[in-house]
Design a protein around this ligand. Sequence first.
Ligand SMILES: C[S@@+](CC[C@H](N)C(=O)[O-])C[C@H]1O[C@@H](n2cnc3c(N)ncnc32)[C@H](O)[C@@H]1O
Length: 240
Amino acid sequence: MSVMENDTFAIQNMSDSSSEIKNTALENDFTPSKLGTKDYWDEAYQRELQTFKDIGDVGEIWFGEESMDRVIRWIETQNLSDDISILDIGTGNGIFLVELAKQGFKNLTGIDYSSASVELAKGVLREEGFTEVNIEEMDFLNPPSDLTSFDMCIDKGTFDAISLNPADGQQGKAQYVASLRRFLRPQGLFIITSCNWTKEQLLQIFSPGFELAKELPTPRFQFGGVTGNSVTVLVFKYQA
Ligand SMILES: C[S@@+](CC[C@H](N)C(=O)[O-])C[C@H]1O[C@@H](n2cnc3c(N)ncnc32)[C@H](O)[C@@H]1O
């Protein structure tokens, strides 16, 4: 995927976020976008997969490497057992899983509804020598009935994409929360990196049931006299 397209995503959401700082009402949802459609991601990852096959480039790191490092650094401080089960929701190129595997985590799963993303993530993990990481093609909003629950779920940009769905962004958000309740074990952790939603909005969307455990500091910007964050990273604990 080109930097241009990622910028479009970020710019659209960053410009929206200045008004959200003043008004966090959830009715002020984002303009629906093709970035909320499966067709968009299928096409994007088919291109990225081809590039990976051609020149070995893993493709876009959504919101930059720092956004991933920030979460990894926080996880490191928690002294978690290396066999906790971690699910990467909408794994894309699987690079977050590569970083977690490098930290020694052994029980890793990534899901994505784009088959090209799944092939790309498998290829990237294989290339890095982490063949034991489980990658599955799955729609997070329509999970199978027999799924096992995880100790931790991470999301970078997937909830954002789902909430941009032109057909049913509102419904998608509600379904996302319902799925998360199924995927996460009680007291499990959910770490979300979002450029669409402010801290206040995320607290509202994931309440009740998900209690804020930590907000990770992110760069701040000023726009029209209002200060806000370009990216929000929150850690929630699931109080089932
Ligand atoms: C902005 S990209 C982020 C990818 C990855 N998390 C990263 O940080 O590089 C959004 C991802 O969510 C996936 N996605 C969107 N809706 C999904 C759904 N309902 N179920 C599973 N994956 C989904 C897309 O295919 C895409 O890989």
